[in-house]
Unconditional design. Structure first.
Length: 233
């Protein structure tokens, strides 16, 4: 809406130049509200300061015109123009201060969040580091356990091999002992058999000798004894 004071100078070139600078400040102010980093904020503030300086110079020129006018209507027109734009500049400056304060608060909040995120990241990295170390220790323990189990399995395999070899040797020894036992049993049977034959042979020899000596005695008795009796008579 255009008020009555502005309507009195709305078509003036000085007014249009001042309005263009105010639009420039308003546009830069809107860009400033959308900024979220210090570089952009500094850039838009520089644009606003430059436009504000130009607007101030323009308003000083308008005030100077108001004092140099001969006609009262012209003096009043430029005076009202300068006063109206001064009020616009004051509102724009207040808006710039509020926007910069909001940006500063937003940046502080962002910095706090980044700091918290950094701290959380550090804690997470430390936690992850601890997890990695714990996992590494567990993995190393599992590797050592696996190696120990592998060594134990190897020793058990060697022991089983020794037991198998020993068992085979014992089995072979047992077979040899059985063979020797069979040989001994056979020898004992043979010895017993031959022992029995020896007794039988001795008995037969003794019996033969007895028969022989009996026969001899019988013959001697038959032949010598009658002659002896005859001579004795």
């Amino acid at each position: 809406m255009v008020d009555a004071k502005e309507e009195s100078f709305i078509n003036d070139k000085h007014h249009e130049d001042a309005v263009k600078l105010e639009f420039t400040i308003t546009a830069a102010l809107e860009d400033l509200r959308q900024s979220n980093d210090e570089v952009a904020i500094s850039k838009h503030n520089a644009t606003i300061r430059h436009a504000v300086d130009r607007l101030k110079n323009k308003l000083e020129s308008i005030e100077l015109l108001s004092r140099t006018q001969i006609r009262e209507d012209d003096r009043l027109k430029f005076s009202n123009m300068a006063e109206w734009h001064m009020s616009q500049l004051k509102e724009l400056r207040n808006a710039v201060r509020r926007t910069n304060l909001e940006c500063k608060q937003a940046m502080d909040k962002q910095h706090r969040n980044e700091l918290l995120s950094t701290r959380d990241g550090i804690r997470n990295r430390r936690h992850n580091k601890d997890l990695v170390q714990t996992t590494t220790r567990i993995t190393e323990g599992l590797i050592e356990s696996r190696q120990a189990l592998a060594a134990q399995v190897l020793r058990n395999e060697e022991a089983v091999h020794v037991l198998v070899v020993s068992s085979n040797k014992i089995k072979g020894t047992d077979d040899e002992m059985k063979n020797v036992s069979a040989i001994v049993n056979t020898a004992r049977k043979l010895i017993t058999k031959y022992g029995r034959r020896d007794i039988t042979d001795r008995f037969l020899i003794a019996l033969g000798l007895l028969l022989f000596f009996g026969t001899v005695l019988y013959i001697l008795q038959k032949r010598l004894l009658p002659n002896f009796l005859r001579f004795s008579w």
